[in-house]
Design a protein around this ligand. Structure first.
Ligand code: HEC
Length: 117
């Protein structure tokens, strides 16, 4: 934890040096933007998603896990709301040329990705 704080402090110092007028609040804003852009916004399925879709929560969680394990190695993990349902289905099929997954895995991934649609 101490190491983490040290790294953070040094990073902050470096950032301040490159910020015009040595403006403290501006460097904080930049830092927050960097942190926000790093944090994955891939939602965790909740009981509410399960209720609304009629898909068991465990299946949605499994679908998310398969997606995270299989689909982030070549490109970023695209967010569910980035594409329409049709585009997701087509791209999922197209990805079969690049990576193997079973019909069941495909279904679980799509269930998770499309649950908010
Ligand atoms: C072996 C590398 C690789 C893996 C693994 C992979 N992809 Fe891709 N994906 C690509 C490449 C390369 C493209 C760029 C266009 C193309 O060739 O279709 C792409 C494009 C996409 C797109 C379209 C993006 C856009 O902006 O139009 C989607 C959606 C996608 N992949 C989803 C997935 C999903 C879901 C999985 C997991 C099942 C996955 N990918 C796994 C290489 C991969």
């Amino acid at each position: 934890m101490n190491l983490f704080i040290k790294i953070f402090e040094n990073f902050f110092r470096l950032l301040r040096r490159f910020t015009p007028r040595n403006d403290k609040s501006l460097s904080i804003v930049i830092l927050l933007i960097i942190i926000a852009s790093c944090s994955p916004a891939l939602y965790l399925p909740t009981e509410k998603h399960a209720e609304q879709s009629g898909i068991p929560l465990a299946s949605l969680q499994q679908g998310r896990q398969i997606y995270v394990d299989h689909c982030g190695s070549c490109h970023m993990l695209f967010l569910p709301n980035q594409f329409t349902a049709t585009k997701w289905k087509n791209e999922m099929e197209a990805m079969r040329l690049k990576i193997t997954f079973s019909e069941l895995e495909k279904k679980l991934m799509l269930d998770y990705l499309l649950v908010e649609k």
